[in-house]
Design a protein around this ligand. Structure first.
Ligand code: ADP
Length: 312
């Protein structure tokens, strides 16, 4: 069973409005409220694929209860650590033919005590999980090294950790001695991390970059490239993964869906090629759906067969 960690989940509220009027009243008839945050997208996709998964992290207040109830109603196993603060709302206003205006709350402020409580909570949870995913931003108030200490704890217990984070919290892990088994940055995140401007025809540069000290000790690095598929380093081998052209409806959550694919195929003990193909397939299936963090499992095999992996 995969365990997903979302330290700063959200209730994702979507308001479809024909035309957004600024400095005026906007009325909305069809509101959707979904348990969100990157790790909960990973969770949902695994659940849709029929892969056993349990979600954990921090939840608090009425919004936290709403999220937990929604997961239960959807038959998704969860076991969150309670906090005193209120879990955040993230609002997306979909308006004016394809425009999306977002209002993202920062979320509750936590303390190091909350992290210690979560680490104890994790100890009780970890018996039947082989793979653990850690996704998204750190909650406010937690030290920048929080992911590092979680990874140290998980490594000690022999778990394989997939980290999908960016910016300072990812960098803090990469420069530490406690490495995750896998990371899945996109090209922009790699550029932010390394200060290099990269383009897709510079795969040789990308290869050299992944040989640098910053990435040492991470077995599985998959750089997702949106419609262009992925570039990966696994052990000492490099792979270029190409995907078919498809009709994209909503690409939000594709990275999370590819993390779900990595987790699922790694836990099933699949070959490197099959792990990469599974990650790509779930990413692209998500882009074909209107809802974020959704895939149609019935289409999996058809698209899996169209993904191409080449050693480079
Ligand atoms: P992130 O959401 O983290 O930025 P990407 O945009 O790279 O991640 O998407 C992850 C994966 O989802 C891609 O590697 C690909 O398999 C799929 N994907 C994303 N965007 C598209 C697209 N426009 N067309 C086809 N597949 C896509």
């Amino acid at each position: 069973m995969v365990l997903t960690i979302t330290l700063n989940p959200s209730l994702d509220i979507s308001y479809p409005i024909e035309h957004l009027k600024i400095n005026d009243v906007n009325r909305c008839q069809e509101v959707s409220k979904t348990a969100g945050g990157k790790g909960l997208n990973v969770t949902r996709v695994l659940h849709q694929m029929g892969h056993p998964v349990c979600a954990t992290g921090f939840l608090g207040g009425n919004i936290g209860r709403f999220i937990a109830d929604q997961l239960t109603e959807n038959g998704i196993q969860h076991d969150f650590q309670s906090i005193a603060g209120e879990t955040r709302n993230c609002i997306a206003i979909l308006h004016d033919e394809g425009a999306q205006t977002e209002i993202l709350e920062g979320g509750p402020v936590l303390s190091e005590c909350d992290l210690v409580a979560f680490e104890e909570h994790l100890n009780g949870l970890l018996t039947d999980h082989d793979i653990v995913t850690i996704s998204g931003s750190l909650s406010k108030g937690l030290p920048q090294t929080s992911y590092q200490s979680l990874i140290a704890q998980l490594n000690k217990m022999g778990k394989k950790v997939i980290l999908d984070s960016s910016g300072a919290s990812l960098e803090a892990v990469l420069v530490s001695k406690d490495k995750p088994y896998a990371i899945k940055p996109n090209l922009t995140e790699i550029e932010e991390l390394t200060g290099e401007k990269l383009s897709l025809d510079q795969l040789a540069e990308l290869k050299t970059l992944l040989m640098t000290e910053l990435f040492e000790g991470i077995e599985f690095i998959m750089i997702s490239l949106g419609a262009e598929g992925a570039f990966a380093k696994v052990g000492a081998d490099y792979y270029r993964v190409s995907i078919p052209k498809i009709n994209v409806v909503n690409p939000v959550g594709s990275g999370d869906s590819s993390v779900a694919g990595l987790a699922m195929a790694l836990e099933q003990g699949k070959s490197v090629e099959a792990v990469l193909k599974t990650a790509m397939t779930l990413g692209l299936l998500n882009t074909m759906e209107a809802k974020t963090g959704y895939v149609d499992a019935a289409k999996f095999q058809t698209y899996f067969d169209l993904v191409d992996v080449k050693k480079v």
